[in-house]
Design a protein around this ligand. Sequence first.
Ligand SMILES: O=C(O)CCC(=O)C(=O)O
Length: 299
Amino acid sequence: MSIKANDVKYYKKKGYLIKNNLIPIKEINKINKLIYKIVTVEKSKKIKINDQGGAQTFNNFHFVYNNNSSKNKEILRLNNPQNNHKLFFNLSRNKKIISIVKKLIGGSVRFHLGKLNFKLPNKKKGSEIEWHQDWAFYPHTNDDLVTVGIYLEDCGEKIGPLKVISGSHKLSVLSHHGKDHYFNGKINTRKNKININKSVTLTGSAGTVVFFHCRTIHSSGLNHMNSSRPLILFGYRACDAWPIIDDGNPHHDTNFDNYEKNIIIGKKSLVPRCKNIPIIIPLPKKKNFVSIYQLQKNK
Ligand SMILES: O=C(O)CCC(=O)C(=O)O
């Protein structure tokens, strides 16, 4: 399955696209079984977690926690699931997803990032995601980058679904810095006159896949249900979109071979395509920054 010209037009206008039931439920069930296994093993380990689980690097596979109790681990995220399990890796290279991504970002595709987010249950504070643009975290030489969200469970209003501001990818790049001038990974929506009452909630059944532009403003609220909400997020970029900073994902300065290995469609090239778009460098960061969850706690 690919997409039609109308879908591409819609994405270019609105900055997002939803494809219902793109991944068959059989495949989703297998992934959920694997997640259950991984999480059960992790929770049974009685080790004290320091600093939310440590910083992300392109080649690790690690958990991010809401607290550091060894008894009741509140898992917020598994970074780089594709690095350790074939099922996740295959999903990150899923033909249907990649053919859509190819059309949305213009022909070449390089894998950028993978994460499995768990939104904690019962309105537990700590896993809301405030309004932000992914672009603010990882500026590139052009903005042909797309984030892909894969729903592993039915995602209704109460489970803390993704919300987007339609058309916001066309706005200027907004400051994600706090009053103290540190990067805090969120937008002051009032100051920037972003009408969040007009946001679109991206609900969908398990197997639904959402695509959004790296500059689309998005967020997700509290989970009112009594189990964690899993969501896989994969990022892809055009092969000639070169990262300006090392964001802890495959990067040419850190490991060039690995950077090249992540090309899915397209040819190797050392020629970045530079687009005249505004960029704000996501620095300085407060010490011990681990994830968006921690960053956004800063005012
Ligand atoms: O987990 C979510 O609901 C959204 C996550 C998100 O926007 C992010 O990790 O950048």
